[in-house]
Design a protein. Sequence first.
Length: 87
Amino acid sequence: MVGAAVTGPGDPTLAVQSHMTGVVGIGGAVQAVFSLRCSSESAGKIAAQMLGISPDDLGSQKAAADAVGEVCNIVAGYFTVKIGLGE
């Protein structure tokens, strides 16, 4: 859905600057927390990919928080299905 590769920082000793955090908690028989931290720029790029617009479009920055939250929901939902707790 996002169409981007996930990579880590080139230098693992550098602190990752995150300005946007999305968190989803899973409760029940299995308890877990999924969090996604990224820069505002990355969040805007995620939103742009999901909406099919340019990352420079003002709409991508306005939708950045919603896009990060949606990615968290998708990943957490996929996780619960894979371990047999979906639906």
